[in-house]
Design a binder for this molecule. Structure first.
Ligand SMILES: [Zn+2]
Length: 182
């Protein structure tokens, strides 16, 4: 997996790019939750679940279908005070955010691929280009030289483009529409 810190960082960046105004704390909790929740499947290892099982790591909980279910649940929990966008837009945002978890994992250089189409097709997929280093599962590994190497790599390939995305989107909003039409 990519590290939880990077999944959370990406959620904050996407939220900053998507939201057009200050968002309530609940929104940010949901955003971070959607970005890290797919890794709940690592708990299965403690109960004898195998990597390749349907509910194994990077299986169903990393799929687009799970992203759909989770985004609908978040919208169902209420998006009052979520500002200018309508519910379908926020549904799309939480869907993209949850799906992005699998995309980032499929860009890592280790583990198994991601079952994007589970439960309909349990094939595991990786992208042909995988610049991210696989992150250790435990907290201990995260603070090891391996963990430092992972974060450094993610800063280059995820953090920097995320910051750029926020700068471009928010900067673009400040340009008056009339000037763009000229
Ligand atoms: Zn994952």
């Amino acid at each position: 997996m990519a590290s939880a810190v990077t999944h959370a960082f990406f959620s904050l960046a996407l939220g900053k790019a998507f939201a057009r105004e200050e968002m309530p704390w609940r929104f940010w909790i949901f955003a971070i939750g959607c970005s890290v929740l797919p890794d709940i499947d690592v708990v299965g290892f403690s109960f004898g679940m195998q990597y390749g099982d349907i509910f194994g790591h990077r299986g169903f909980f990393h799929s687009l279908f799970f992203a759909f279910l989770l985004s609908m649940s978040v919208i169902g929990l209420g998006c009052k005070g979520y500002g200018k966008f309508s519910r379908p837009w926020w549904g799309l945002f939480f869907f993209l955010l949850t799906s992005a978890h699998g995309v980032l994992d499929a860009l890592t250089d280790g583990g198994w691929g991601v079952a994007f189409f589970s439960p309909f097709d349990t094939t595991r997929y990786f992208f042909p280009w995988r610049p991210l280093k696989i992150s250790p599962l435990g907290l201990e590994g995260f603070f090891s030289p391996w963990g430092r190497e992972v974060i450094l790599c993610e800063m280059i390939w995820v953090w920097a483009p995320s910051i750029l995305l926020v700068a471009v989107v928010r900067g673009g909003r400040k340009i008056p529409c009339q000037r763009l039409l000229r």
